[in-house]
Design a protein around this ligand. Structure first.
Ligand SMILES: O=C(O)[C@H]1O[C@H](OP(=O)(O)OP(=O)(O)OC[C@H]2O[C@@H](n3ccc(=O)[nH]c3=O)[C@H](O)[C@@H]2O)[C@H](O)[C@@H](O)[C@@H]1O
Length: 468
């Protein structure tokens, strides 16, 4: 009986163990075949993979090195980002400090009385309001100085095509001085007693650069000036030129000579522009009773000529100072007569004050060939520049010398400054300009080479490209 019961128990136990084994086997099979579910970084969707990956993943040496390298690069990048942010903050701080300093400098400048050249006191009756178009240019700025020193109120109008603020900055803020940025091709409404109309490029490369603008300035600009003179009954002096004689067939040139101009040549924009300017002046004088003065200005030189003026005086002096080849256009046998700028300014003021309304030559009758002139400059500057003949200029006037009998008779004027004295002054000016531009170049080079700037430029590059 007992052995029968034991036997039944054994059978039940064996059956139970079999069931457990079968259950385990089933579970294992289900787990292996079922796809794994892992969260996706794209929100709620899931990615199913068909095979179970071993974990932790096994990597070979290359993969390991790659991973380590990647981790190192990544931490380097993080460090650089941090440094960049720090530097950006620093830059902002420096910019803020700079803005504060600039503000302080401005308020200091405003509170410090500026030093001006001494000006004469003129009473209300004798003081004139004088407009100078092109007053920030080479000749204009010297005229400004003289009229200011005489005690007049001076208004400069300039479009700064060839004029420079620098030429008149020493008068900025003076109670008798005003600077207006305006192109005289457009009308101007202003109350004045006298007008010197000097606005126009005068150097051949400058006026040939934009011939249409040169014609407009000398025609529309002159009409605007004469119209203004008519409205306010101002006396007006027109700056004409020796170029109205073209390539002259009469020598020296008196004002009665009608000239020899090529009306369609490269210089025509200036030559014909100035001839129309003269014609307009006498038309307004006849028809509208405007008081006009016409100065025919011959080659003029002196300090404040532009470094890129392109005319012979500045070209030769700069070439000699830099020990470069002195470029003589053509065979160098063409002639010119050079007057120093202070003589011209005296002549302009005398002409304006005179009762003489016909054109007057203002120039120095001392004539030389361009080759001789090059040798004079080389001797005065020193150095070891060589003279070289290059291509001749088209329509270049071959002989030029003013007949100044009219100026002597009617204005009691003649030039006083000898050529070498004037050239010494001009050479000293250009020597100084060269040093100034070298200093400027040096400091800007230093600035651009500085590691700070490089870093900040690099940063800006990163900022604009959205890099890093
Ligand atoms: O200086 C001035 O006041 C005059 O200058 C220019 O007339 P231009 O005489 O041709 O002036 P430059 O360009 O200085 O030329 C003078 C001579 O030197 C020559 N030259 C110029 C530059 C140069 O590098 N080398 C050279 O041999 C020219 O061919 C020309 O024969 C203007 O056209 C005039 O209106 C102005 O009154």
């Amino acid at each position: 009986m007992m052995s029968g019961t034991k036997k039944r128990i054994k059978i039940v136990a064996a059956f139970a163990m079999l069931m457990v084994a079968l259950l385990y086997l089933y579970k294992t099979l289900v787990t292996v075949n079922e796809p794994a579910v892992i969260p996706s970084r794209f929100g709620s969707s899931v990615v199913r993979i068909e095979e179970q990956r071993p974990w932790p993943p096994t990597e070979n040496v290359d993969q390991r090195n790659l991973r380590i390298n990647f981790e190192m690069q990544n931490s380097l990048l993080q460090a650089q980002r941090l440094e960049l942010q720090t530097q950006q903050l620093e830059l902002q701080r420096t910019k803020d400090q700079l803005a504060k300093l600039e503000e302080q400098v401005r308020s200091l400048q405003a509170s410090t009385p500026r030093k001006y050249l001494k000006v004469k006191y003129l009473n209300y009756k004798n003081r004139k309001r004088i407009l100078i178009t092109g007053g920030a240019g080479f000749v204009g700025s010297h005229l400004v100085d003289d009229l200011m020193i005489q005690g007049h109120e001076v208004i400069v109008v300039d479009n700064f095509f060839t004029g420079r603020k620098r030429n008149v900055e020493h008068w900025l803020g003076h109670e008798n001085f005003e600077l207006i940025h305006h192109d005289i091709v457009n009308p101007l409404f202003i109350e004045v007693d006298e007008i010197y109309h000097l606005a126009s490029p005068a150097s051949p490369p400058h006026y040939m650069y934009n011939p249409v603008k040169t014609i407009k300035t000398n025609t529309m600009g002159t009409i605007n000036v004469l119209g203004l003179a008519k409205r306010v009954m101002a006396k007006v002096l027109i700056a004409s030129t020796s170029e109205v004689y073209g390539d002259p067939t009469v020598h020296p040139q008196p004002e009665t000579y009608w000239g020899h101009v090529n009306p369609i040549g490269p210089r025509a924009c200036y030559d014909e522009g100035k001839r129309v300017s003269e014609t307009l002046s006498y038309a307004y004088a006849k028809q509208e009773k405007v008081q006009v003065r016409v100065a025919r200005i011959f080659n003029t030189y002196g300090p404040r000529m532009h470094m890129n003026d392109g005319r012979v005086v500045s070209n030769f002096i700069l070439q000699a100072l830099r020990n470069e080849t002195i470029t003589v256009y053509g065979n160098g046998q063409q002639t010119r007569s050079f007057q120093y700028v202070s003589d011209l300014v005296d002549g302009l003021i005398s002409l304006m004050a005179s009762n003489y309304s016909q054109p007057v030559n203002l120039g120095n009758p001392q004539e030389q060939t361009i080759e001789e002139f090059a040798k004079i400059i080389k001797r005065l500057v020193g150095g070891h520049s060589k003279l070289q003949q290059t291509k001749a200029m088209e329509d270049d006037p071959q002989r030029r010398k003013p007949d100044i009998t009219r100026a002597k008779n009617w204005l009691n004027w003649e030039p006083k400054v000898p050529l070498e004295t004037g050239l010494q002054q001009t050479i000293a000016y250009f020597r100084n300009e060269l040093m100034r531009s070298d200093r400027y170049q040096e400091s800007s080079n230093k600035y651009f080479e500085s590691p700070d700037l490089q870093r900040s430029l690099g940063r800006q590059l990163l900022d604009t490209t959205g890099g890093a």
